[in-house]
Design a protein around this ligand. Structure first.
Ligand SMILES: *Cc1c(COP(=O)(O)O)cnc(C)c1O
Length: 332
C-alpha cells in the first residue's frame, strides 16, 4: 500500500467529525455552555463550562458510542454489540443499543457491585458474568465476538469513537466566543484526541490542556516514556479516568501527542474540593473525572493567555456517599 493510502485508512480526519455530527444528531442533543462567573473572576478571563454531564446517561461517552454503533452494517447491528466496561462507556453502549433496538451484552466479572449491574440491566443490557477480574470479562467479550459475531465496542482507541467525541469540539467553536484554551479530562484519550482534532483543524492557536489525577495517570506516563506503558490502578475520586491506554494503542497515543499542548496532574484533595465547589457555587453535581478540569482553573494551574477558557464537564456519575464526604471536607 502506498504511504498515502495507508494514511487515508489510518488517520481520523475533521471530515469524520463532521460526519459523526450528522450521524449522531438523532440520538445526541447539543449540550449547553454556561459561563462561570466565579471562575471567570478568579482567572480574569471568561471561563465557560461545557455541560457534557447532562446527557441522559450523565456523560459524554454517548457521542462516541452512538457514532460507532450507527456506523455498523445492518448485518452487524442484527448480531449485536458487546463491551466489558461497567462505567460510563458501558452505560453509553447499552443506552444507544436500546434506542436503536440492537442487542447489547456487557461482560462483567463477579466482583462488579450490584448497583452497577442494576443500572446496566435497567438500560436493557444482557449481562454476562465471567471470572473475577476486568481482564477475565474482557476475554469473555472477545470470545463472544468469535462465537456469536458480536461487535466489541472499544472505549477510546477507535476512529468512530474519537470522531464522535470530537463533535464536542465543533460545538465549542460555534458557542464560545474568542476561545483560546480548552481543558479536557484525559484517560484513554478518545475525548482529547477528538476535541483536539476538531479544534486544531480550524483554529490551530487554541491551546488544548489535558488534566488527569496524580495517581496512575497512564497517558501522561506513556507520553513521558515515549510508548504506551501499563500502571497498577489506584483508588481515586476520578475513577472514570482509571484504566490503561492499551499497549498496542493505534490512535489515541499518537493523537494526544499531536494535539495536546500541556498536561496537568491534579491531587485528590483538589479534585474533592472542586466537586464541592461546583455544588456550592453552581448547584451542579459532577464526578471526580470532570472535577480535574475545574481544579486546574480553581487552583490557578493553567498558563496565562488572553481569551476564553472552556472546561469540559465530562460527567456526573458519582455515588451519594462520595458527595457526602467531599462536602464534609470542603474548604471554600
Ligand atoms: C471516559 C471519561 C473520561 C476520559 O475519556 P477518555 O476518552 O478515556 O480520555 C473523562 N471523564 C469522564 C466522566 C469519562 O467517563
Amino acid at each position: 500500500m502506498s504511504k498515502l493510502a495507508a494514511n487515508q485508512t489510518n488517520e481520523v480526519t475533521i471530515r469524520h467529525v463532521w460526519e459523526a455530527r450528522k450521524r449522531i444528531a438523532s440520538i445526541v442533543n447539543k449540550t449547553p455552555i454556561l459561563q462561570s462567573l466565579v471562575l471567570s473572576e478568579k482567572l480574569g478571563r471568561p471561563v465557560f463550562l461545557k455541560l457534557e454531564n447532562i446527557h441522559e446517561i450523565g456523560a459524554f461517552k454517548v457521542r462516541g458510542a452512538a457514532n460507532k454503533i450507527l456506523s455498523l452494517s445492518d448485518e452487524e447491528k442484527k448480531r449485536g454489540v458487546a463491551t466489558y466496561s461497567t462505567g460510563n462507556h458501558g452505560m453509553a453502549v447499552a443506552y444507544v443499543a436500546k434506542k436503536l433496538g440492537i442487542d447489547a451484552t456487557v461482560c462483567i466479572s463477579n466482583r462488579v457491585p450490584k448497583a452497577k449491574v442494576d443500572s446496566l440491566k435497567r438500560l436493557g443490557a444482557n449481562i454476562e458474568i465471567y471470572g473475577d477480574s476486568q481482564d477475565d470479562a474482557g476475554k469473555r467479550c472477545y470470545e463472544l465476538e468469535r462465537e456469536r459475531g458480536l461487535t466489541v465496542i472499544q472505549p477510546f482507541d477507535d476512529p468512530d469513537i474519537i470522531a464522535g467525541q470530537g463533535t464536542i469540539g465543533l460545538e465549542l467553536l460555534e458557542d464560545v466566543p474568542n476561545l483560546s484554551n480548552v481543558i479536557v479530562p484525559l484517560s484513554g484519550g478518545g475525548l482529547l484526541s477528538g476535541i483536539g482534532l476538531a479544534l486544531k483543524s480550524s483554529t490551530p492557536d487554541v491551546r488544548v490542556t489535558g488534566v488527569s489525577m496524580e495517581k496512575a495517570a497512564v497517558m501522561y506516563e506513556s507520553l513521558r516514556a515515549g510508548r504506551p506503558v501499563a500502571l497498577p490502578e489506584q483508588d481515586t475520586l476520578a475513577d472514570s479516568l482509571l484504566g490503561g491506554i492499551g499497549l498496542d494503542n493505534k490512535y489515541t497515543f499518537r493523537m494526544v501527542k499531536q494535539y495536546m499542548d500541556d498536561v496537568i496532574l491534579i491531587p485528590e484533595k483538589e479534585i474533592a474540593n472542586s466537586m464541592a465547589f461546583m455544588m456550592d457555587k453552581h448547584r451542579l453535581i459532577i464526578e471526580g473525572a470532570a472535577a480535574t478540569g475545574v481544579a486546574a482553573v480553581l487552583e490557578n494551574k493553567i498558563s496565562h493567555q488572553d481569551g476564553a477558557v472552556a472546561i469540559i464537564i465530562s460527567g456526573q456519575n458519582v455515588d451519594l456517599s462520595v458527595l457526602v464526604q467531599v462536602i464534609q471536607q470542603y474548604q471554600n
